[in-house]
Design a protein around this ligand. Structure first.
Ligand code: G3H
Ligand code: 13P
Ligand code: ZN
Length: 342
């Protein structure tokens, strides 16, 4: 089946009360890992590419790998999503290339670091909604800013400085008609999110629950949702790496989020850890090896295992066959007739 719109997948997830993982990719092995996990667990899936990923893969390589994925895994409803679009231009170029969903992250200015004003955020998000919906493409927006700048996206700090204000979130959805809303509840991108197992002081699930009460029909998105499992950290450190002690977002907190309107869960770091640990292990244990396949295959397998586990934990496993793809032009008509709610 062709790439599908994210709105369709999230609407189905809302009906079924489950969440859908959105996994970042930069290369063929990561795409293969996700598609194999989706096949094994019969899951619909969101594959996402950051601006960095698009530049690393020269765009077209990534896009054509995704077309190969749709050919080779025709039974899997698959979304190709632009992660953290920093400007309307970035989102427009993704739409032109064939992405079926885009994130306009107007919570930060175009540098991806400086928190923006509410008015700026509404303005850029509205522009992208107009362009995207006319083509049936989904728009994720963000209100409030994540912490950290470890991978270039985030306002810095601990993540507590720019939490989403529930009242502002309510106003923002009405002002922009975005399809999905990313919120800031104390998480950050990357491996170093929390210095201890997070509790309600640092991971503000109460804020998420309040936003869901005010916006019961809005698909909420949790960024920075890697769990940073201790076993994956240990493998890296055992084989010559040097990660400092750190904690991510516990899966049970994500599951609580899913009970409260979270439909998209962004995971990148856990897969990076899994791949790197597997590569380090091969290189340390068998230093005579030099064929990249000798370490890329275990890396791909390690990522597949993490992704498949998350698919089961988020509840998307087994849901692929219930989705009959709506072509993008039909989605565009539905937006025009306001058959798709804000
Ligand atoms: O949002 C962050 C994702 O982990 C992608 O990170 O910009 O290093 O590709 P990246
Ligand atoms: P992690 O760094 O927690 O994997 O978050 C990824 C993310 O939010 C991508 O947008
Ligand atoms: Zn993110």
């Amino acid at each position: 089946m062709p790439l599908v719109s994210m709105r369709q997948l999230l609407d189905e997830a809302a009906k079924g009360g489950y969440g859908v993982g959105a996994f970042n990719v930069n290369n063929m092995e990561q795409i293969q890992a996700i598609m194999e996990a989706a096949r094994e667990t019969e899951s619909p899936v969101i594959v996402q590419a950051s601006r960095g990923a698009r530049s690393y893969s020269q765009d077209k390589f990534l896009y054509h790998l995704m077309l190969a994925a749709t050919e080779l895994y025709p039974e899997i409803p698959t979304v190709l999503h632009q992660d953290h679009g920093n400007s309307p231009e970035t989102c427009k170029s993704a739409i032109e290339l064939g992405f079926t969903s885009v994130m306009m992250d107007g919570s930060l200015q175009a540098d991806g670091k400086t928190p923006s004003s509410y008015e700026y955020n509404v303005d850029v998000t509205r522009q992208v909604v107009a362009t995207a919906h006319a083509k049936g493409v989904t728009v994720e927006a963000e209100i409030g800013c994540l912490g950290g700048i470890e991978d270039g996206h985030g306002a810095g700090g601990s993540g507590m400085e720019h939490l989403t204000d529930p009242g502002e979130a309510e106003r923002f959805v009405k002002d922009t008609h975005c399809d999905a809303l990313a919120i800031a509840i104390g998480t950050s991108h990357g491996a170093y999110k929390f210095t201890r197992k997070p509790d309600g002081e640092v991971l503000k699930m109460d804020v998420l629950i309040e936003i869901h009460k005010r916006l019961p029909k809005t698909h909420l998105v949790m960024h920075g949702s890697s769990s940073v499992p201790k076993d994956l950290q240990d493998i890296i450190n055992k084989y010559g790496g040097s990660l400092k002690p750190t904690w991510g977002v516990p899966v049970e907190e994500i599951q609580l989020g899913i009970k409260n309107g979270v439909r998209k869960i962004n995971v990148d770091t856990d897969n990076r850890l899994a791949m790197t640990g597997a590569i380090r292990k091969v290189l340390m244990e068998t230093p005579e090896k030099f064929d990249p396949r000798d370490y890329m295959k275990p890396a791909r397998d390690a990522m597949k295992k993490v992704v498949a586990q998350r698919m089961v934990e988020f509840g998307q496993a087994g849901k692929a066959k219930s989705i009959i793809p709506i072509p993008l032009p039909e989605m565009a008509e539905m937006y025009k007739k306001e058959l798709v709610g804000a």
